[in-house]
Design a protein around this ligand. Structure first.
Ligand SMILES: [Fe+2]
Ligand SMILES: [Fe+2]
Length: 193
C-alpha cells in the first residue's frame, strides 16, 4: 500500500481502541501539525503558484479534519489534551538531508510530508478495518481517502520541482528508511505510536 515496506499489525488498532480519548487527542494535533507544515511550505516556496494554491487547500482540509476530531472528542465527553511528542516524525525529520541546495531542502520537505501522509493513511485504514466502534470506523475510512490524495500531491510536486534530485531514487531511500523505523512503533495509542 502506497509503497510502504511494512504494514501495521492490526493489533495496534486494538491497543488504540482501549484509550480513545488518547488516540483522538494525538490525532487532533497530527492534523494541526499537517496544516502548519503545508502553511510553512507555502511561505518558503511562494514563487510556485500551483503549489501555493494546492497546499492552501490542504491546509484548510487539515484544519477541517482537526475540527472534526475535536467535535468527536466533545461529543463523547472527552477532553482535548495538549499535543503529544511524536518520536516517529522526529526520526523522519532527522532523515531529511540538510546539507544540500535550497532546492534539495525543498524536495526533502516534500518527501517528508509525503511519507507522513502515506503512513497516516495506512494507519487510518488499519483503524477503519479493525476497531469495533462503527462511527469511528467510518470516520477513519473517510480520512484515509483524503490523506491518500495528499500523499500524491506532495510526491508530484517533488517530481515537478526537482532540479537535480532523482526523486524516485530518493523516495525509495525514504521508503526503506521508514520501513525499518516503523518496526519500533505500533505499540501505543498514538497515530504514529
Ligand atoms: Fe488530515
Ligand atoms: Fe493530510
Amino acid at each position: 500500500m502506497l509503497g510502504l515496506k511494512l504494514l501495521t499489525d492490526p493489533r495496534w488498532a486494538n491497543i488504540a481502541e482501549t484509550n480513545l480519548e488518547e488516540i483522538l487527542t494525538d490525532h487532533a494535533w497530527c492534523e494541526q501539525k499537517a496544516a502548519i507544515n503545508a502553511i510553512n511550505l507555502i511561505a518558503d516556496n511562494c514563487e510556485h503558484q500551483d503549489l501555493v494554491d494546492e497546499l492552501t487547500l490542504i491546509a484548510l482540509e487539515e484544519m477541517e479534519h482537526f475540527k472534526q476530531v475535536v467535535n468527536i472528542i466533545k461529543e463523547r465527553g472527552y477532553t482535548l489534551g495538549r499535543g503529544r511528542k511524536d518520536d516517529y516524525v522526529g526520526q523522519l525529520m532527522k532523515f531529511c538531508k540538510k546539507d544540500g541546495s535550497r532546492n534539495n531542502a525543498f524536495i526533502e520537505r516534500l518527501l517528508f510530508a509525503a511519507m507522513i501522509e502515506a503512513r497516516s493513511c495506512e494507519r487510518f485504514k488499519t483503524l477503519s478495518q479493525n476497531i469495533k466502534d462503527v462511527e469511528l470506523a467510518q470516520f477513519y475510512h473517510d480520512l484515509m481517502v483524503s490523506e491518500a490524495t495528499h500523499y500524491t500531491t506532495f510526491l508530484n510536486f517533488a517530481r515537478k520541482y526537482t532540479i537535480d534530485v532523482d526523486v524516485d531514487k530518493r523516495w525509495k531511500e525514504w521508503l526503506a528508511f521508514e520501513g525499518e523505523l516503523i518496526k519500533n512503533f505500533g505499540k501505543k495509542e498514538a497515530i504514529h505510536g
